[in-house]
Write a protein that binds this ligand. Sequence first.
Ligand code: ATP
Length: 458
Amino acid sequence: MTDDAAQPPSEMTADLETITSLAKRRGFIFPSAEIYGGFAAAYDYGPLGVEMRRNIRDLWWRAMVQERDDIVGIEASIITNPAVWRASGHVANFTDPLVECRECQGRFRADHLEGDTCPNCGKVGTMGEARQFNMMLSTIVGPVADESGRAFMRPETAQGMFVNFENVQTTMRKRLPFGIAQIGKSFRNEITVKQFIFRTREFEQMEMEFFCHPDNSLDWHTYWKKERLRWHYSLGMRPQHLRLRDHTADELSHYSKATSDIEVHYKWGWGELEGIAHRGDYDLTQHSEHSGKRLSYFDPDTNEHVVPHVVEPAVGVDRILLTLLLDAYAEEEVKGEKRVVLRLAPAVAPVTVAILPLSRNEKLDPTARRVHSILRPHFRTQWDDAQSIGRRYRRQDEVGTPLCVTVDFDTIEDDAVTIRERDSMEQTRVPISGLVAALRERLDALAPSVPGIDEISV
Ligand code: ATP
């Protein structure tokens, strides 16, 4: 994570405490096993949180796999042959520098400390020497509890794509360039875990390995920087909160020709949202050497074997979700009262249309249920009939629902309902016969406008 004093102050109005509390109060995210006092840096997603996570995953999958001819997907095992992690270098080198405070025994990541003050006890000059701490989480597989069964929980999904390179390439008859994508859980024994779901020990990654010819791999790296930035805009992330930062030469891994991060201007400074790494031929070469199986591509045009280079966009579902909540949060004053509103884009909002019968009166119920059944196939709906209509609007605003449909006693007579918009708070009367189209039109109007790839300079 980097701080950059030269940047303008963050325009994100929400702080983590506000979002953590909203997430819990409204059913997005709970501390894991809260009735037992929770568990450090582990969280459970509630009903609204899971909907939002699904949306994020589906949008990524659509953009990265289903809408493209050159990328296919896989799902690899979380626990696999430990030889994979020896070949990839994780067993030897997947480390972070750990320091311990001699005063309070607090442990911290050395590269996250500012100055020599302990962030826990506040003492100065009490930090010991940094030592390398391996972040792989491991387990014992099989019935005999000894070291011969030691296996690892994957710390990234990427290796699943490398070890399946040949299986995918030959079965799908793919020619260069092509990509393999995967979404799934990864595990890292992180030293410091603060900032809510920004950094946890169990998290979900969305990664894509793009295999290309070494001659044009840097062009593909540039392409993916732009394309991934565009995707974040399409989720409604405000461009002024995002930037691309190229790694400096001393930050680059020895095998990497270029790596860039998409960073977000959080209240606590700039932080990585997504990494776009050029991994060269490192992984395929390592696996070829360790497995004894040649992993290369036969180019039918030149009759040559090449080891492809790889460009990898890698991002976390949880980190996107947190960033969207922070980015969308707003407080406003309406008629002397505070209104909290999440201005989520419809594509990511957990609920797109809430159905609110004016009251629980039994005369109203069949009509309101009919409206719900008309809308349910088209939108992510929620039925909400508890408390006053004003409070229900506020509640839907607070969870980012773009549109509410209110069914009242006039509906029984005129077969029309009221659409209430989250952002403008405007209310419009619409016939039920045209309701789906009217809602669709309003949701489309709320979709963020996304620049073309040529309009993005990197
Ligand atoms: P950092 O330097 O912040 O530890 P990293 O550079 O090791 O992160 P990558 O290995 O590039 O992270 O992982 C790709 C993406 O996966 C990150 O950009 C982030 O979105 C997500 N991610 C990585 N580690 C975590 C974690 N512990 N919790 C949540 N998301 C994570």
